[in-house]
Design a protein around this ligand. Structure first.
Ligand SMILES: Nc1ncnc2c1ncn2[C@@H]1O[C@H](COP(=O)(O)OP(=O)(O)O)[C@@H](O)[C@H]1O
Ligand SMILES: [Mg+2]
Length: 509
């Protein structure tokens, strides 16, 4: 008797060790069951764990069963296992043959072949909550002390709690992290998706981040970058992602307004302020009240206008031309320029105090040639945009054309790329933009400085080769069809294919 108790104790110690050694719950459970099978011994045993919603038990580990138990499930209250989970109390069935609730779902017992068996199941409980159920089958023994047997398995079950708890924590933690990740991504997406701004390069992402950072504030933003880099687009993105998005976004191109008109454009005028001022007119600052004013090409302002602008920036106050009433507005300022303001300051063409007023949060838009990875994305985007606009089906850009786009240095940045693709879409006849649809500036060696100069013959030949390859692609390698597409004879295309060493098999599919 003493020996038996000692044996059980040492078994419990061993189980505890197994459980504390591994973070892998399946492994802990299986090793425990195998230990019980070997040393106790049980005929079969399994651990069921409660699903997250607390309605179903799923087998997590099992030993000694003949059928495939991995998918065995019990609903709460179903069979003996389900009842144990529901009631939180152990169940002892000394003779399974006499128990109608014993479902034998895992075929642990074959009534025709096997000797009588006993079933013992104990709940695995933590903080009054049932986490699962441990069930075992034992050989029937009328002399067995079932009370102490249940006690023993209850102890085993409590040893398992630890590893189940750990697993739950790890899972919860993981789920929490995943949830947070999803939320973060959604937030990033909302904040960073400005719909019509295309680009995935590291450089443009940095710009998105800055926009997201500053949009919600009332901070003055100075957007810098070469012409055509998307400064206006960014200014709009800031406004439409700000709290002022429901209020006006007023744009002023400082370079486009003649010097003598700029004051009245900015601040408006009273009736009779000058000849032709037949009625009072609101200026851009007044129109922008509550919203955002975008001062584009700020570097082009005269020194005199700069002084007037500075006052508005400092006080948000001004008078209409020819008026005496002081008008107060609440306007957010976004300015943009491609000029080197610092240099203009040293040349005394730009006021330093105005510069500091504007340069609160500078955003720099890198030229397109410094973010080559965006070229393809933008080209595809414009291809779709303009094929829709012009009612044409253009499906792709040929590889040589892509090469050309990638090699070019894009002095006019995105605007130039946009114009170039729109033109190509208009010229294109066969759903594909080819290199010969691109403007001549992209075709010459000088423009990129990277491709060697081609002689006219070479250029014509490479053009011809490309045309033939495209026709073969369209006809899937059918020579006669390709010849028809090009309006030449089959003999002629055969000759050219040999001349240019075109591998026709490539096009057959
Ligand atoms: N990242 C971009 N995604 C999509 N279109 C762009 C992007 N950057 C610029 N564009 C387009 O290029 C053209 C020039 O952009 P714009 O904002 O006027 O440049 P900037 O004001 O710097 O001269 C516009 O038609 C604009 O829509
Ligand atoms: Mg612009």
């Amino acid at each position: 008797m003493r020996d038996l108790v000692l044996h059980k104790l040492s078994l419990l110690v061993e189980i505890n060790q197994v459980v504390s050694r591994s973070l892998d719950i399946k492994e802990s459970l299986e090793t425990t069951l195998k230990l019980l099978q070997k040393s106790y011994p049980i005929k079969a045993g399994a651990v069921f764990l409660m699903d997250e919603d607390g309605e179903q038990l799923t087998m997590a580990a099992g030993v000694g069963y003949s059928s495939h138990p991995a998918k065995t499930k019990y609903h709460l209250g179903e069979g003996l296992t389900g009842r144990i989970a529901e009631s939180g109390k152990p169940v002892v069935v000394p003779q399974v043959s006499k128990e109608p609730l014993f479902l034998n779902r895992m075929s642990s017992w074959n009534p025709k072949k096997d000797r009588e068996q006993s079933f013992i199941g104990v709940p695995i409980i933590l903080d009054y909550k049932t986490l699962g159920v441990l069930v075992v089958s034992l050989a029937f023994n009328p002399k067995r002390d079932y009370n102490s047997t249940v006690k023993f398995f209850t102890l085993v079950a409590s040893a398992l709690v630890q590893s189940i708890r750990l697993k739950r924590i790890v899972e919860l933690e993981r789920k929490k992290l995943l949830d947070e990740n999803v939320q973060l991504k959604r937030k990033l997406h909302e904040e960073f998706s400005f719909g019509n701004i295309i680009g995935n390069s590291h450089e443009i992402r940095e710009v998105y981040e800055q926009v997201a950072q500053v949009a919600y504030t009332d901070t003055t933003v100075l957007i810098r970058g070469e012409s055509g880099t998307g400064k206006e687009l960014i200014a709009q993105a800031i406004h439409y992602n700000s709290l002022r998005s429901g209020k006006p976004f007023i744009q002023v191109n400082c370079a486009a307004i003649p010097e003598n008109l700029i004051e009245s454009e900015f601040f408006g005028y009273e009736k009779g302020a000058f000849t032709g001022a037949l009625s009072r007119k609101k200026g851009r600052f007044e129109l922008a009240d509550g919203g955002t004013i975008f001062l584009d090409e700020i570097g082009d302002l005269s020194l005199m206008t700069q002084v007037k602008l500075l006052r508005v920036l400092q006080t948000q106050e001004f008078e209409r031309v020819g008026g005496t009433e002081t008008i107060k507005v609440n306007v957010r300022i976004i300015a943009a320029t491609n000029a080197n303001l610092e240099e203009l300051i040293t040349k005394e063409k730009f006021r330093e105090d105005l510069y500091y007023r504007l340069n609160v949060f500078p955003i720099f838009l890198p030229p397109l040639r410094e973010r080559k990875t965006d070229i393809l994305l933008l080209a595809d985007y414009f291809m779709l945009k303009y094929s829709r606009k012009h009612g044409k089906t253009v499906k792709r850009i040929s590889t040589p054309a892509i090469d050309m786009l990638m090699r070019y240095h894009w002095p006019g940045n995105v605007r130039e790329l946009e114009n170039c693709i729109e033109r190509a879409v208009l010229l294109c006849e066969d759903q594909v933009i080819h290199s010969y649809h691109l403007p001549p500036t992209l075709q010459t060696a000088e423009s990129s400085g990277t491709i060697p100069r081609l002689s006219l013959t070479n250029a014509v030949e490479s053009y011809e080769k490309e045309l033939i390859q495209d026709a073969l692609k369209t006809s899937r390698g059918n020579k006669a069809k390709a010849a028809r597409l090009l309006g030449i004879t089959e003999r002629m295309i055969g000759y050219k294919i040999r001349k240019y060493d075109i591998n026709i098999k490539r096009f057959k599919s």
